[in-house]
Design a protein around this ligand. Structure first.
Ligand SMILES: C[S@@+](CC[C@H](N)C(=O)[O-])C[C@H]1O[C@@H](n2cnc3c(N)ncnc32)[C@H](O)[C@@H]1O
Length: 263
């Protein structure tokens, strides 16, 4: 522990910067968090695809111990709690967790929330049946660290499910503080992709290519069970300027990985 009063002083550089970034952003996510907490059925990604169409979650989560890595406002944990699971959320941003606590009180549903870095969690080995992340640890943590940490805290046979930006999408979005939509050109190299920073202060993200992701999962003890390439449903719209329905009908803007801990 640092001798200074800053509890973030000992964090790795990208984790400290992402904490600052998400503390600044948190206020913008309160209403979206509230809408998602209120949703009767889980919906996934920027196009809000219903769970019934994608089958992201295990069919039965009743009694399962679940950890949400980078839970933010923790609506996924709320959805899982309503299905009978025992969720625990961990997030790096005190401000995001403050929103999660407000929503817990509003909706009368509580579960443990931890402030911490999903790359090095405080949880015991083999404590969860399901680890899940939607644009949380899955893009803000270094996969070389958070995937092996997820393997450590999952029980044998446990499932890892995470949603990330599409790999091609990551290569097709222009730099720009106004967050322009993706182009039909590959603007940066695929080989070597790992750490991403955008002009302006958007924090630090991590995205790796398919081969690297599969090797990382397998060397951490997982078998890949599915890679769901999310497609906009009929009539889809999006309020996100950096997404485009037309583009996403041609290429995957979002991907959901599903893996199982086999050793
Ligand atoms: C886009 S939000 C996604 C969370 C949730 N699905 C939501 O929309 O509220 C990204 C979250 O990842 C968290 N995060 C970033 N780096 C993290 C880390 N190293 N450990 C845990 N959480 C992290 C941020 O604080 C933020 O709350």
């Amino acid at each position: 522990m640092s001798s200074t009063s800053d509890p973030g002083a000992d964090l790795p550089e990208h984790v400290r910067r992402n904490r600052e970034y998400w503390n600044r952003e948190a206020a913008w996510y309160v209403e979206a968090g509230r809408r998602n907490w209120a949703a009767a059925e889980p919906r996934w990604g920027v196009f809000g695809v219903p769970e019934a169409d994608l089958h992201v979650l295990p069919a039965d989560v009743e009694g399962k111990d679940v950890v949400e890595l980078g839970c933010g406002t923790a609506y996924i944990s709320a959805w899982l709690a309503r299905r009978g699971a025992r969720p625990v959320g961990i997030d790096n941003s005190p401000e995001q967790l403050a929103t999660a606590r407000i929503l817990q009180a509003e909706f009368g549903l509580t579960f443990p929330l931890h402030l911490g870095n999903a790359e090095t969690t405080p949880f015991a080995d083999s404590s969860f049946d399901l680890a899940i992340s939607e644009y949380g640890a899955s893009i803000w943590c270094d996969p070389c660290k958070w995937i092996s940490e997820a393997a450590r805290i999952l029980r044998p046979g446990g499932e890892l499910v995470y949603l990330v930006n599409g790999t091609i999408w990551m290569l097709a979005i222009p730099d720009g503080e106004d967050e322009p939509p993706p182009t039909d050109r590959l603007l940066r190299p695929y080989f070597g992709m790992h750490r991403f920073e955008w002009p302006g202060d958007f924090g630090v993200e991590f995205h790796v290519g398919y081969g690297d992701m599969i090797r990382l999962l397998r060397s951490s003890g997982f078998e890949v069970e599915d890679l769901i390439e999310v497609r906009p449903p009929a009539g889809a719209t999006t309020g996100y300027a950096y997404h485009s329905v037309d583009w996403s009908r041609r290429w995957p803007a979002e991907e959901i990985w599903k893996a199982r801990k086999v050793r």
